[in-house]
Design a protein around this ligand. Structure first.
Ligand code: ACM
Ligand code: ZN
Length: 559
C-alpha cells in the first residue's frame, strides 16, 4: 500500500468516517449559515467544531505545498498573531491539518476536497492552486477574532465543520482595473488583488495604457513615462459636447498636473504578489487606438506627426498609431518585448477597441499600406495591424486577447476575444472556435450605478447594474452548441475609472459586485441562490469591514 493510501486509511477510520463518503448535499442538517463565497460545488454541513490553536500541527508530507502552507501561516500571524508548526508525520496527540494529494493526477489543478472533524482538517488537492483555494475556504470559516481558553488563555479559533468537494465552473475568473484614467498605487493594486484572492478569482486584467495616461515604465522609451504618464489637468465630471461634437466651453477642469506610473520593479512585485495567490496578471497595452499618451511622448508613430498632449478629458482620441509606418510596429514590438519579460501570462491584452479610422483615411502611408496589402477598407487595416502584432506575440510563445472590435475586418488567426459590446462578439468568436472571455457591459461593467437612486451614489458612467443582475449572469450563451461552449473561458468584471477618482471609490464600485460575480464564475449554476447568497454576504460584510473595504451597502438596506 502506498504511504498516502495507508495514511488516508488511518484518517478515514477516525471518528469522522461516518460523515465522509456519504452523499453530499447543498446543506447538511445543521442550520448555521456558513459564510462561504463563492459557494462550493458540494457542501455537507456537520455539527462538529474544529478548534484551531497554536498547538495545532500542519502535517505536510509533500513539500511542493510548502508555499501555500507558508501563506496560511503568514495569514494566521497577521490576523491572529500565531502560526502552526509544520511536521512530516501524524502527531501522537492533538489536532492537525493534514495535507495530501489524490493518488491519481487528473489535471484538475484548481480542485480541492476538505474533510473536517474535531480532530483533523483533511485537505486533498492535486495542484497548488487547489490547496490555496481550500485554504481560502478555511480562512472564510475562521471567526474574525480569536477567543481565549484555559487558564493560560490559549488562543483558539472555533471553526464549524463541513465536508466540501470543490472545483470552479470556469477557467477565466477575471477582474479588471483601469489604472490609466486614474492611477492607483502599487499598495492599492495589491489590496485589490487581496479581494480577488478572497473570492477565488484567478485573473487580474491590468489596464496600463490609454489616451489619458501611460503607466508602465519601458526602459527603451523613457518618454512614455516622463511625458505619457502625466497630464496637465483633468476634466471635472462628464464632458459636455457641443452640437458639433466638440468639447464644450462649459467643461470645467481641475487645473493641476496628474500622473503616476509603475516602475518595472513595482510591476515585478505586483506580479509576484499575484502569483503567490494563484492569480495571473494579464497586462493590457492598448493599440491601435486609446494611445494618445504614448503619442504625446513619441508623435512620430502617429499619422499626422503631432504634436499631442496626454488627453485631459474622457472619451476617445481620434489620433491613433499609424498603420502605414513600419517603425510603429518596431516601436510596439520593442515595448512588448519588455512587457513579455515582466508578465509571464499566456495572454497579452492588446486592446483593439474603439480605434477611430479618421486619421488612417487621411494618411498617405496608411492608404499605401492598404493598396500594397490589398486591403479593402480601414477595418481590414485594423485586422492587418492586430494580425501583425499577433505574429510577433505568437513568435514569443504567447497569445493575444483583444476587445471584440478585433473581429472587424477579420479575426487574427489565434486571437482570443473579450466580448464587451454585449455578447454577440463572443458568440461569433466561439463559433469561429476562438477562445472567449465574456464581459458584456451589462452586467460586467462595475463602473455603472448600483442603485436607481443616483443622488445617493458617487458619479458613475451611467447605466444600472445592480447586484442581482451580476449574480444572475450566465456567461455561456444558450445559442452555442456543445463544442462551441468549450470556447467560453469564463467572464470578467471591469472597473473603468474615469469617474473613480480614488481607491475608496474603486472599492465601492467593485464590492460587493465582485463577490456576486465570483459565484457566477465558480459555483455550479444549479447551486446558485441569490437569497442564500445575500445571507452569506451579510456575514461577509464583517470580513470586508475587517479588511477596511468601503463596499456598497444596498444589500443590507443602506445606501
Ligand atoms: C471598452 O470598454 N472600451 C473596452
Ligand atoms: Zn497613418
Amino acid at each position: 500500500m502506498k504511504k498516502t493510501l495507508l495514511i488516508l486509511a488511518i484518517l478515514l477510520s477516525l471518528p469522522f468516517k461516518k460523515e465522509w463518503g456519504g452523499a453530499f448535499a447543498q446543506n447538511g442538517n445543521t442550520s448555521k449559515v456558513l459564510p462561504l463565497i463563492p459557494w462550493p460545488k458540494e457542501v455537507k454541513q456537520l455539527d462538529d467544531e474544529f478548534v484551531l490553536t497554536p498547538a495545532t500541527k500542519i502535517v505536510l508530507s509533500n513539500t511542493k505545498f510548502k508555499p501555500e502552507v507558508d501563506y496560511l501561516n503568514n495569514y494566521l500571524i497577521s490576523n491572529y498573531s500565531f502560526e502552526l508548526q509544520i511536521i512530516p508525520d501524524l502527531p501522537k496527540d492533538g489536532n492537525y491539518l493534514y495535507i495530501t494529494q489524490p493518488d491519481f493526477e487528473r489535471g484538475f489543478t484548481e480542485n480541492y476536497d476538505l474533510m473536517m472533524n474535531q480532530n483533523q482538517l483533511l485537505f486533498i488537492a492535486e495542484g497548488n492552486a487547489g490547496l490555496f483555494y481550500g485554504f481560502q475556504t478555511l480562512i472564510q470559516l475562521m471567526p474574525l477574532e480569536k477567543t481565549s481558553a484555559g487558564v493560560l488563555g490559549t488562543a483558539e479559533l472555533r471553526i464549524p465543520c463541513a465536508d466540501i468537494k470543490d472545483s470552479p465552473r470556469y477557467n477565466w475568473r477575471g477582474m479588471h482595473l483601469d489604472c490609466s484614467r486614474h492611477f492607483f498605487s502599487k499598495e492599492e493594486v495589491k489590496k485589490y488583488i487581496d479581494y480577488l484572492t478572497l473570492y477565488k478569482f484567478n485573473t487580474f486584467h491590468w489596464h496600463l495604457t490609454d489616451d489619458q495616461g501611460w503607466r508602465i515604465e519601458i526602459k527603451q522609451y523613457p518618454l512614455l513615462t516622463k511625458i505619457g504618464s502625466q497630464r496637465k489637468e483633468t476634466i471635472i465630471g462628464k464632458p459636455k459636447w457641443d452640437k458639433q461634437g466638440n468639447p464644450s466651453k462649459d467643461d470645467k477642469y481641475d487645473v493641476k498636473p496628474y500622473g503616476g506610473f509603475y516602475t518595472q520593479e513595482d510591476i515585478k512585485e505586483v506580479v509576484a504578489y499575484a502569483q503567490a495567490r494563484h492569480i495571473t496578471v494579464v497586462p493590457e497595452i492598448e493599440m491601435p487606438g486609446h494611445s494618445l499618451a504614448a503619442l504625446a511622448a513619441y508623435p512620430q508613430y502617429s499619422c499626422t506627426g503631432g504634436p499631442f498632449e496626454t488627453y485631459t478629458k474622457w472619451g476617445v482620441s481620434d489620433d491613433v498609431y499609424c498603420a502605414g509606418n513600419d517603425s510603429t510596429f518596431q516601436f510596439l514590438e520593442n515595448i512588448l518585448t519588455e512587457v513579455l519579460d515582466l508578465f509571464p501570462s499566456k495572454y497579452i491584452h492588446i486592446g483593439g477597441d474603439e480605434a477611430p479610422r479618421d486619421r488612417w483615411k487621411a494618411c498617405a502611408k496608411c492608404q499605401k499600406r492598404m493598396t500594397d496589402e490589398k486591403l479593402k477598407n480601414e477595418n481590414e487595416l485594423q485586422n492587418y495591424f492586430i494580425t501583425r502584432i499577433e505574429k510577433f506575440i505568437n513568435s514569443k510563445g504567447r497569445q493575444i486577447i483583444g476587445w471584440d472590435e478585433i473581429l472587424e475586418g477579420g479575426l487574427a488567426p489565434n486571437a482570443a476575444v473579450m466580448s464587451w459590446r454585449g455578447t454577440d462578439g463572443g458568440i461569433a468568436a466561439a463559433k469561429l472556435k476562438h477562445p472567449v472571455v465574456m464581459t458584456p457591459g451589462k452586467p460586467c461593467y462595475f463602473d455603472h450605478y448600483q442603485s436607481k437612486n443616483k443622488a445617493d451614489e458617487p458619479l458613475a458612467i451611467g447605466g444600472f447594474n445592480p447586484l442581482d443582475s451580476v449574480y444572475a449572469y450566465n456567461p455561456t450563451p444558450k445559442v452555442l452548441s456543445g463544442e462551441e461552449i468549450n470556447f467560453i473561458l469564463g467572464a470578467q468584471g471591469n472597473v473603468w475609472t474615469e469617474y473613480i477618482t480614488d481607491f475608496s471609490k474603486v472599492q465601492y464600485m467593485a464590492m460587493p459586485r465582485m463577490a456576486a460575480l465570483s459565484e457566477t464564475l465558480w459555483t455550479p449554476a444549479d447551486k446558485k441562490d441569490f437569497k442564500k447568497f445575500n445571507e452569506r454576504l451579510k456575514l461577509h460584510s464583517k470580513i470586508l469591514d475587517k479588511m477596511k473595504v468601503n463596499y456598497a451597502k444596498h444589500f443590507i438596506g443602506k445606501k
